[in-house]
Design a protein around this ligand. Structure first.
Ligand SMILES: *[C@@H]1O[C@H](CO)[C@@H](O)[C@H](O)[C@H]1NC(C)=O
Ligand SMILES: *[C@@H]1O[C@H](CO)[C@@H](O)[C@H](O)[C@H]1NC(C)=O
Ligand SMILES: *[C@@H]1O[C@H](CO)[C@@H](O)[C@H](O)[C@H]1NC(C)=O
Length: 402
């Protein structure tokens, strides 16, 4: 028994230590354009992290000359995909885009050129743009495309609509790109003269507030809450862990709730900014209700031997498990919308798999302990009936329902 108990605390300790690891992995991968250095000795004074498609725009702008040197970067791509960055002087959409395009041609060389988009079924043939361009080139290395160009914008084009896109190659030519998800939202305004100006209407809210929203919610609803359930369900089976598991559970869930509600509030603000939330937003509201009901459950908890305790247990467990499952679903949905670099999705998936495996393991350990204890107590007086959980056992005076 002692061995199992120390194994359990070791597992809990490992789980807790995986939180800072998550932050480290995640933050080292939150590429912000400012810390990026170009390999070919190029440097740009300004840059913005574009809100979707792991893309970044770097530039030097001369107001007097009306010209901009730009570098558009897209990470997490491949040599069998095309990338494009465009200014649309007339509208926010695709038609009218003055695009820079890059891809590997069938001979294996990089093609970088301009294309003025006039129809939705364009194959992005080379054509000149409505403003002057020169020195267009592109590079590709470890999944990262970069297009360089000098744009002669002239006066009056300081704030522009920018559109960026990526898609598959189709027998040597750029193929049709997806128009849903991140590919349907890859546009924003751009103020060449002010890199700190918020990316306007096209792009919705800034990527920083989206990242804060994603981080808060993934950690609170997506990690801490399931961890709190693991504390409640598996630590309480150990003798002597009686009030301890309760405080661990309450501390974990309360901090998760506080973080989670702030995360939800940041999400509501993102929604006001014209974000397209769909059922992600609706699920968020349901989760808020579920979490709040659990807070009331904590406050209105009847005593262990109260006759309504059984109903309270059913209420607390059903809302709790439903909330956890929906939380995890919604974190994945949010990751789809936010479309951060793949490592975030991988990190979260790994954490969920680890939590799931630990829960499975502890479930087996719990049943083993309970059955063993029941056997050894068979000759003793009958223990009180379970108070509603799947597993119940008695240790002298105290009684637990799992
Ligand atoms: C951008 O401006 C900076 C500072 O003025 C300069 O050092 C850099 O070479 C410029 N970059 C390009 C690509 O022209
Ligand atoms: C284009 O690039 C060449 C060499 O890379 C450079 O000498 C030239 O000044 C550049 N032209 C412009 C307009 O930036
Ligand atoms: C740039 O935009 C930010 C945010 O809107 C604003 O606070 C700042 O004053 C602007 N700077 C300039 C030089 O216009």
């Amino acid at each position: 028994m002692k061995k199992i108990r120390s194994a359990l605390f070791y597992v809990v300790l490992m789980l807790l230590s995986c939180l800072p690891l998550f932050f480290t992995v995640a933050s080292s991968q939150t590429q912000t354009c400012k810390s990026y250095t170009f390999s070919n000795n190029r440097a740009y004074s300004d840059c913005v992290d574009l809100p979707v498609l792991s893309s970044f725009l770097h530039w030097n702008y001369s107001q007097s000359a009306g010209s901009a040197d730009i570098a558009f970067r897209k990470t997490g791509s491949s040599n069998s995909r095309w990338v494009s960055w465009a200014i649309n002087p007339k509208s926010r959409g695709m038609i009218g885009c003055q695009a820079l395009v890059a891809y590997f041609d069938s001979a294996g060389g990089i093609r970088a050129y301009t294309s003025s988009i006039t129809s939705y079924d364009t194959t992005m043939l080379e054509s000149s743009l409505s403003f002057g361009t020169s020195n267009i080139s592109a590079t590709f290395a470890s999944g990262e495309w970069t297009i360089f160009a000098k744009l002669q914008l002239g006066s009056g084009m300081t704030t522009v609509n920018q559109v960026w896109q990526e898609g598959p190659m189709n027998s040597g030519n750029p193929g049709t790109h997806s128009t849903s998800g991140a590919n349907g939202r890859s546009r924003a305004t751009l103020n060449f003269a002010n890199a700190t100006a918020p990316l306007g209407s096209g792009g919705g809210s800034s990527s920083t507030s989206k990242n804060v929203h994603g981080m808060l919610n993934a950690v609170s609803w997506g990690i801490l809450m399931p961890l709190g359930v693991i504390f409640a369900r598996y630590v309480k089976v150990f003798e002597g862990a009686d009030p301890a598991w309760f405080y661990m559970h309450v501390t974990c869930q309360t901090s998760a709730y506080i973080l989670g509600v702030s995360g939800w509030a940041t999400g509501l603000r993102l929604g006001d900014g014209g974000g397209e939330t769909g059922y992600h937003g609706a699920l968020g509201a349901i989760l808020f209700i579920g979490g709040t009901l659990q807070v009331f459950a904590l406050l209105l908890r009847p005593k262990k031997d109260h006759k309504y305790r059984l109903f309270w247990n059913i209420y607390h467990h059903s809302i709790g498990y439903t909330t956890i499952i929906l939380s995890i679903v919604n974190v994945f949905k949010g990751l789809d919308i936010l479309d951060p670099s793949q490592v975030w999705k991988t990190a979260y998936t790994v954490i969920i798999i680890v939590l799931g495996s630990v829960a499975l393991l502890l479930e087996i350990v719990t049943w083993y302990i309970v059955i063993k204890r029941r056997r050894s107590q068979r000759h003793q007086p009958k223990y009180p009936p379970s108070n509603g959980g799947a597993v119940g056992y008695s240790t002298g005076q105290s009684h637990y329902g799992v």
